[in-house]
Design a protein around this ligand. Structure first.
Ligand SMILES: Cc1ncc(COP(=O)(O)O)c(C=O)c1O
Length: 421
């Protein structure tokens, strides 16, 4: 048995089988590069589901982690610490909200937003007790907790996990008319939406969907809740996907005609550059102040290490112009991919925004072609994974250079040419 097989066998034996990883065992990462246990090099085209936007082991973020982890790691929120306030001021200024509620994982942040929305509905909007409805979209992915899977339509996420949490209704994604209808129902408190549906297969809605949705929600006094756990922090070529096609350079200018400002903004993943679990919900005082002491929290949420790591991760986005790089190299990637598609019938299309993209394989969703192509890509030195069925997501770290991107396109082209179904 080789080293790779040995590591896989241990995981297989002792770990729950809740994932189906590609057969590669990684041991080291730097920037867009990762190496396996045999020191074979790969380009990472998944970025831990868009968590590692700043690149693997970014020295500035690791420096912040090292420094803070030797000073003070966890106080719990039973006491103040001397870093949390600095982070709260920085993150609220960066995204333009009054307040932040810090948590750890994406799913926890979504749960936090749902709880704030419900509380606001009863205490500010005066919806009768236990009647609040939150609108969600078909094909959504917001995490794996019991409440969140209650409004999923993926059978793997839902089957035998009932009884489900009530209070959610689903509408088709990118359907303004359906949203308008749903908003007429009594007791609607919020609309929870991903600006691009990443897990479902990088479904990018029409350009004005988010802004129209925001306007419709505003008109009905319904909270517009954007889950930017995967799309946020420069991934789609703007600070947030709800920024639309803005042309901000160094900092967010919050351009009125492109920005669909959420009432509740949910962040995770790249908020720490993939170094530490850090997530957050941001909102203005009128909404966030419904939460009082004892009503929500988590032992690790807002700990000093998370706070320092997140500040460093957001500084890297600014310092290294990752928004601009994602926008520019995203266009280059889709152009290069389209040329590969035009000369081959294995892939039918490419879609996405910035450096969150997907290719659609010309085969049925239940075929193994997308998986087999990912294995072939791995053998040629590029790591990507099917999202659903015949869709492969390509989301490299945003620190990728033009030269590296061109090398990766060449790997994809070579693999596609060699590939036999
Ligand atoms: C849009 C979205 N929301 C929430 C989550 C859940 O985040 P986590 O896995 O950190 O709980 C994810 C994870 O992929 C996501 O893509």
């Amino acid at each position: 048995m080789g080293k790779t097989e040995e590591y896989i066998a241990i995981e297989d034996n002792y770990g729950a089988h809740n994932y189906h990883p590609l057969p590669v065992v990684l041991a080291k990462g730097e920037g867009v590069n990762v190496w396996d246990v045999d020191n074979k090099h790969y380009f990472d085209f998944l970025s831990a589901y868009s968590a590692v936007n700043q690149g693997h082991c970014h020295p500035k973020i690791i420096g912040a982690l090292n420094d803070q982890s030797q000073t003070l790691t966890l106080t719990s929120r039973a006491f103040y610490n001397d870093v949390l306030g600095e982070y709260e001021a920085y993150v609220t200024k960066t995204f333009g909200f009054d307040k932040v509620l810090p948590m750890n994982t994406g799913a926890e942040a979504v749960e936090t937003a749902l709880k704030i929305c419900r509380k606001w509905a009863y205490e500010v909007k005066n919806i009768p007790e236990n009647q609040a409805i939150i609108i969600v979209c078909d094909g959504n992915f917001h995490g794996r907790t019991t409440t969140i899977v209650s409004f999923s339509n993926d059978p793997d996420a839902t089957t035998n996990f009932g009884p489900y949490t009530p209070g959610f209704i689903k509408i088709p994604y990118d359907d303004t008319a359906a949203l308008k209808e749903a908003l007429k129902l009594p007791n609607v408190a919020g609309f929870l939406v991903e600006p691009i549906q990443g897990e479902a297969g990088v479904y990018t809605p029409s350009d004005d969907f988010m802004r129209e949705a925001k306007t419709l929600c505003n008109a009905e006094n319904v909270l517009f809740i954007a889950d930017e756990v995967q799309t946020g922090i420069a991934r789609t070529g703007s600070l947030l996907a709800v920024c639309g096609d803005c042309s901000c350079q160094q900092s967010c200018e919050r351009q009125k005609d492109t920005y669909a400002r959420p009432d509740l903004l949910i962040l995770g993943k790249a908020l720490s550059g993939g170094v530490y679990p850090v997530s957050a919900v941001l909102a203005d005082n009128t909404i966030m102040n419904v939460i009082k002491p004892g009503q929500h929290g988590s032992t690790f949420g807002g700990n000093p290490v998370a706070a320092k790591v997140a500040i460093a991760a957001l500084e890297v986005v600014k310092d290294e112009n990752l928004i601009q790089n994602a926008r520019k190299l995203g266009n280059r990637f889709r152009k290069g991919m389209q040329a590969i598609i035009d000369s081959n019938d294995l892939i039918s299309s490419v879609r996405g925004k910035g450096l969150l993209n997907a290719i659609i394989i010309n085969d049925t969703p239940d075929s193994s072609t997308a998986w087999d192509l990912c294995v072939a890509l791995k053998n040629n030195g590029l790591l990507a994974k099917p999202t659903h069925g015949n869709i492969i997501r390509f989301a490299p770290p945003l620190v990728i250079s033009e030269e590296e991107l061109d090398t990766c396109l060449a790997i994809i082209e070579k693999t596609v040419l060699e590939f036999k179904k």
